[in-house]
Write a protein that binds this ligand. Structure first.
Ligand SMILES: [Zn+2]
Length: 255
């Protein structure tokens, strides 16, 4: 009996170490968040461990890429105030995926249309949960966010003076999207930057299908090349950014 208990404890300890190692790999060596103005029109707002992005779309209006983890939207509202704008200036919110830390702040903006790829609408609204090792343990509850329009891969949505290219990159979640707007490529959680300037895939423990995530990043690199879509900056939700398309093509070549 005692021996059985020791074996069980040993196995439990081993499992804990494995999960801890996977958890650490999601955070160790990441390029730190870099709030500030990018490419002259993207205001990257930091909420501790996640960013949301405010895009100037002309005529005193803005669009958001993700809405952050804070349901009061304090940091986003502060940045809007610095731009002499308020919550009503936000006319569109594009969700990179349905995890709560990208969705919660969307409730603060009454005039915003909320866009997400069809496959993540239920997740964004809090009607279903995640399927990752850790995300499946998180409680499922309504977020209060209503996705106004479900997106499909390849469409281009015009908001003010900006065209938003919708690129499906399933894996982190089934409905994970990249958005390309005037050379800024927003990848959400589907990729990140290490402090040595390398692009890394989505953290496995928070992802539904890590293998599909890698395949999607490789396909995205090829697609951006063949469709001749110009990329100046790679913007990630949980790390700093990278310049140009090269880090993504390098990832594709090495994976
Ligand atoms: Zn996520």
């Amino acid at each position: 009996m005692k021996r059985f208990l020791l074996i069980a404890l040993g196995m439990l300890g081993f499992a804990v170490v494995l999960v801890a190692a996977a958890f650490a790999s999601a955070f160790v060596g990441n390029a730190p968040l870099q709030p500030g103005l990018v490419d002259g029109f993207v205001h990257v707002v930091s909420e501790d461990y996640v960013t949301a992005d405010i895009l100037d779309i002309g005529d005193g209006k803005v669009a958001l890429i993700d809405a952050g983890v804070d349901p009061t939207g304090k940091a986003i509202l502060a940045e809007l105030a610095a731009m002499k704008l308020d919550a009503h200036a936000v006319s569109a919110i594009f969700l990179t995926h349905g995890h709560t830390d990208h969705v919660a702040g969307a409730v603060v903006f009454p005039d915003a249309k909320v866009y997400a790829l069809q496959a993540d609408v239920a997740l964004a609204e809090g009607r279903v949960g995640g399927h990752g090792l850790i995300t499946q343990l998180m409680p499922v509850k309504p977020t209060g966010v209503h996705v106004t329009r479900a997106l499909t891969d390849g469409e281009v949505v015009q908001v003010g003076n900006r065209a938003v290219h919708v690129l499906a990159i399933p894996g982190h979640t089934a409905g994970s999207a990249a958005y390309l707007v005037d050379g800024a490529l927003f990848l959400g959680d589907s990729a990140g930057a290490t402090s040595d300037g390398t692009l890394k895939a989505a953290p496995k423990v928070f992802s539904d299908d890590p293998t599909q995530n890698r395949q999607s990043l490789k396909a995205l690199a090829a697609r951006l090349g063949t469709e001749h879509l110009d990329v100046k900056t790679l913007i990630f939700a949980h790390t700093g950014r990278l310049a140009g398309l090269a880090p993504l093509t390098r990832f594709a070549a090495n994976n």
